[in-house]
Ligand binder design. Structure first.
Ligand code: PLP
Ligand code: TYF
Length: 396
């Protein structure tokens, strides 16, 4: 009976969030979960989303069932965001609206299992949920270390040797940009090498794209790897989240795309995605995808969105610079350039678990236990306090 169940460990990121919420200190700083916050410190409503909400309210579509593949305008827009107008129109994509990026990964993993691909490779450190999600559906993961703790950069030789040694038909799971948790991304040259090896060695890629735009400030530029793989004629899966780059976290807005080179087989891939979703979730949820569709379809709102993303990226870079300036001024022991070299929402600080615990217990600064700092949790009111706390735990 149910007493056979074991007690499962909670998500450590959610645990840190809860600790923060329960801390009464007026000085507390939340740099834990990956949520973009504005300079004022609160959650951020994208101006384009605020506008889309008004448009939707004025044209209430009601609450009927949607469509099992998802909202059609959402799917066509999401394709263009990931692949660009031209490739999105070529008819090589099978796409499914999903329960955000996590749902895109899940449906992507299930789709790959159906196609016979159950052997995954993952560079670590990486996003904490991947391994559990892959094993949950009975597929296997082999990890390799893709980050150099000393240089604070990608250890590309390790990536190449994993690609060179993995058996044919293995699946490599990559993040396109703003890597969670390391902030260390591949250069275009590195992506080219990865693409070549995938092709030569008969490997499949999953490209997880949860922060598109937050690296360069330009969503098209941040989709370079997706479009390059497409041009190489690879078959691969793209898992897209709009949690961060539209701020629609709780609405769960995402999409999974499979690139099928022989168009004759697109309907097979498409119907497989839909049949799997039917068994898991049935019809797609409506509200968030409708908001996104309104933005995708309006040239004016798309422009506002582009500006929003560019501004966010600028703010992230400014805070990174400020952290480096303050730590330099404090003469904090160690080398801290990686705070400006890493990209996106996260700074992989390199602080030890003990130092992170002390940040929480002695300074009320909540980063994740692996030393990942959400840069967007910092602002002019708390960045100095945050840096002084780091200085203190590093020195003593
Ligand atoms: N992939 C990465 C790398 C993430 O950081 C996240 C978290 O936000 C996701 C996927 C899943 O995102 P979502 O919240 O849209 O499910
Ligand atoms: O890594 C993060 O902080 C984000 C949000 O189980 C998140 O990706 C955190 C934990 C989790 C799901 C999403």
């Amino acid at each position: 009976k149910f007493n056979r169940l074991e007690r499962e460990a909670p998500d450590p990121i959610v645990q840190t969030m809860t600790l923060y919420a329960n801390d009464p200190s007026p000085n507390k700083v939340d740099v834990s979960i990956g949520v973009y916050k504005s300079e004022k410190g609160g959650s951020y409503l994208f101006p384009c989303v605020a506008e889309a909400k008004k448009v939707l309210a004025a044209n209430d579509p009601g609450h009927n069932y949607t469509n099992m593949q998802g909202i059609p305008e959402f799917i066509s827009g999401a394709r263009k965001v990931a692949f660009g107008e031209e490739y999105a129109a070529e008819g090589k994509l099978a796409s499914l609206q999903t329960i955000s990026g996590t749902g895109a990964l899940h449906m992507g993993f299930v789709f790959l299992r159906e196609a016979g691909y159950t052997n995954f490779y993952l560079g670590v450190p990486s996003w904490s949920n991947y391994i559990g999600m892959i094993e949950f559906i009975g597929s296997k993961v082999t990890t390799f270390t893709h980050y150099n703790e000393k240089t604070k950069k990608i250890e590309f030789d390790a990536v190449v040797s994993a690609l060179e040694s993995a058996p044919a038909n293995s699946v490599f799971l990559f993040q396109t940009c703003c890597h969670n948790p390391t902030g260390a991304d591949y250069s275009q040259e590195q992506w080219k090498k990865i693409g070549q090896l995938l092709k030569q060695r008969d490997l499949i890629a999953v490209l997880d794209t949860a922060y598109q735009g937050f690296s360069s400030g330009d969503k098209d530029k941040d989709a370079w790897a997706i479009r390059h793989f497409y041009e190489l004629g690879l078959e691969f899966v793209v898992c897209q989240s709009f949690s961060k780059n539209l701020g629609l976290y709780g609405e769960r807005v995402g999409c999974v795309h499979a690139v099928v080179q022989d168009k004759e087989y697109v309907p097979n891939a498409q119907s497989t995605l839909v049949a799997n979703f039917r068994s898991e979730c049935s019809f797609a949820p409506a509200y968030g995808a409708r908001l996104a569709s309104i933005i995708f379809q309006s040239p004016e709102l798309k422009q506002v969105w582009d500006n929003d993303v560019a501004e966010i990226t600028e703010r992230l870079k400014t805070i990174r610079k400020k952290v480096l300036d303050i730590l330099t001024e404090l003469k904090t022991p160690g080398k801290w350039d990686h705070v400006v070299e890493q990209e996106g929402l996260f700074w992989y600080s390199g602080l030890t678990p003990v130092q992170n615990d002390r940040l929480i217990s002695e300074h009320n600064v909540y980063s994740t236990s692996i030393g990942r700092v959400n840069i967007a949790g910092l602002n002019n009111n708390n960045v100095e306090y945050f840096c002084k706390a780091i200085d203190e735990v590093v020195r003593n």
